[in-house]
Design a protein around this ligand. Structure first.
Ligand SMILES: CC(C)(COP(=O)(O)OP(=O)(O)OC[C@H]1O[C@@H](n2cnc3c(N)ncnc32)[C@H](O)[C@@H]1OP(=O)(O)O)[C@@H](O)C(=O)NCCC(=O)NCCS
Length: 517
């Protein structure tokens, strides 16, 4: 095992609960400022809790998806065009989530010169368990030798654990329990699949996130966020002797869509309510798939993100169509009353491209509609390029990183758009995190200039982008032959069968990012 190896390194009760919550939300929305546009976000409670810094670690070796297509004997384009992926990070039995988490956390502390004693919360999200009891969080305590007073543990729920850890950190920093110190969230996974169609969606990576107040990437308003939780078996790991999941690929996509649509519809309602948007007008519009400047999605593979973003546009059109129908009904009633006056009613609007039956039938019945999928792709294409391609750039070449995926997306956004100077104060990014089983949350961050706050220590987007240097670092990785993926996964399978103690066999000399002295 290595450490510090890389500098890259269901009834009445429920109904009652909902009613109570709605009443609570209504009473709390009274003191929220109404803004002209949903792109102008309400600014929370002034604490500006959010992300201060980000650090990424990935293995130094990767496999090209084009080479993998050829090696696997599948048709050209199956992984590159079919899944939208270009590469995947590969690692064998010489690395595990503990070593990767140590590396990325150490690197975060070092790059930002963070005193380990200034950390009051440390929480990890992972589903690649090294031990069923001893948490990766406790392993990380070696980096905090004089500080035993650190809350937090390891959170497990497929790809969602890191987001749960982040929400815990946000809550702590926002609460009366906060003692002024920072929180760190580490999301880390090695995504592996048995031979078959899911194997090209392997990958590995870790992201460490520094959380505090006066953040340059701050939560817009905690009341906006929306969660979907359900009991489904789309992806799970019931056999403790193998690392691979049992996965139903088609079901997992449907579950992802369901979670996204549930979160998105609740999220839109909450943002609209908090912004006082009841009726769409010239200066107020309902929150929609183009209201935010950027979107960051959990990205098992790029094609799913593209399709999912298209479905958000579909949701917008369905919502508008449903509202127009209600309006038309009431206008028709009025029209009946006013018939003598000869008034006409307007038909409900819908983009002509989408078949009318798709707008009214149960949404689940549209999941496998390929014609609709193509239409949504063309409707959302240019907005996708503008709003999602930066965040997806890293996962396209690193692959799935499970819990770390959505954080890698944030890092990629900072790296690409931040370096271009496009992450200017006032812009917003909507984040969607999904973990099979299933749990999902949507929340919104806004970009701030924290320098005017007068704090002793200021973290900025510019500094984050420079320190991440993500594209440049990923460009230094070494491409290895696709057969390395099989070898690496065999060594990991051997490790799982062997248990402890264990000596790694996967070749690592000269194949890891150099450690720092
Ligand atoms: C995602 C997954 C189901 C894909 O498996 P698959 O067998 O390749 O699935 P398909 O046969 O439907 O092919 C996928 C796409 O590639 C396309 N494709 C296949 N061969 C192609 C080729 N040569 N050129 C271009 N496209 C090609 C298919 O038409 C299909 O396109 P579509 O998505 O637009 O319909 C599989 O990788 C998986 O199980 N992954 C893990 C689970 C997962 O990540 N779930 C996500 C939610 S968390």
């Amino acid at each position: 095992m290595t450490s510090h190896t890389g500098a890259m390194a269901v009834g009445a009760t429920v109904a009652g609960g909902i009613a109570l919550r709605q009443a609570f939300n209504r009473s709390n929305s009274k003191d929220t400022k109404t803004t002209a546009s949903t792109t102008t976000a309400p600014r929370g409670n002034g604490k500006n809790v959010g992300i201060l810094a980000l650090e990424v670690y990935t293995p130094r070796t990767y496999i090209s998806q084009t080479a993998l297509e050829e090696h696997s004997g599948v048709s050209a384009g199956r992984y590159t065009l079919g899944l939208g992926q270009e590469g995947l990070a590969v690692t064998g039995d010489a690395e595990d989530v503990n070593s990767m988490a140590l590396t990325v956390t150490h690197s975060l502390l070092e790059k930002y010169n963070i005193d380990p004693n200034s950390i009051g919360r440390l929480e990890v999200g992972t589903e690649t368990l090294v031990d069923k009891s001893k948490s990766t969080k406790t392993v990380l305590m070696d980096l905090f030798p004089n500080n035993t007073d650190i809350e937090g543990a390891t959170v497990i729920n497929a790809c969602y654990g890191g987001t749960s850890a982040l929400l815990n950190a946000f809550n702590w920093v926002e609460s009366d329990a906060w003692d002024g110190r920072y929180a760190i969230v580490v999301a880390v996974d090695i995504a592996t699949y048995a031979r078959g169609p899911a194997r090209p969606t392997c990958g590995a990576g870790a992201v460490a996130v520094l959380v505090g107040r006066n953040a340059p990437l701050a939560l817009v308003d905690p009341r906006e966020r929306a969660t979907h939780a359900s009991n489904v078996y789309d992806f799970f790991k019931p056999d403790h002797s193998v690392e691979y999941p049992v996965v139903n690929g088609a079901l997992s996509q449907e579950c992802y869509y369901r979670a996204l649509e549930d979160c998105y519809s609740k999220f839109c309602d909450r943002v609209d309510r908090l912004n006082g948007v009841v009726e769409e007008s010239a200066d107020k519009e309902h929150f929609n798939a183009e209201s935010a400047d950027f979107f960051v999605f959990h990205a098992p593979y790029n094609k799913l993100v593209q399709k999912s973003y298209g479905r958000m546009h579909f949701m917008d059109v369905r919502r508008k169509y449903a509202k127009d129908l209600v309006r038309k009904d009431s206008e028709e009633k009025k029209d009946d009353e006013d018939q003598q006056q000869g008034e006409n009613t307007k038909p409900p609007q819908r983009p002509g491209l989408i078949a009318k039956e798709c707008l009214t039938k149960p949404i689940e019945e549209t999941y496998s509609d390929k014609a609709l999928e193509g239409t949504l792709k063309s409707i959302s294409k240019s907005s996708y390029s503008k709003r999602l391609s930066d965040a997806n750039a890293a996962s396209k070449i690193v692959g799935n990183t499970y819990t770390a995926s959505v954080f890698l997306g944030l890092a990629s956004l900072v790296d690409k758009a931040g370096s271009r100077g496009d992450l200017t104060a006032g812009k917003t990014a909507v984040v969607f995190s999904y973990g099979s089983g299933a749990l999902a949350t949507m929340y919104r961050l806004h970009i701030r200039d924290p320098t005017s706050n007068g704090s002793d220590r200021v973290f900025t987007i510019d500094d984050m982008a420079k320190k991440l240097d993500l594209s440049a670092r990923l460009a230094t990785r070494e491409e290895v032959h696709p057969q390395e993926l099989d070898l690496a996964l065999e060594t990991r399978a051997r490790m799982h069968r062997g248990g402890a103690p264990y000596s790694p066999v996967y070749p690592t000399i000269g194949r890891m990012f150099p450690g720092k002295s």
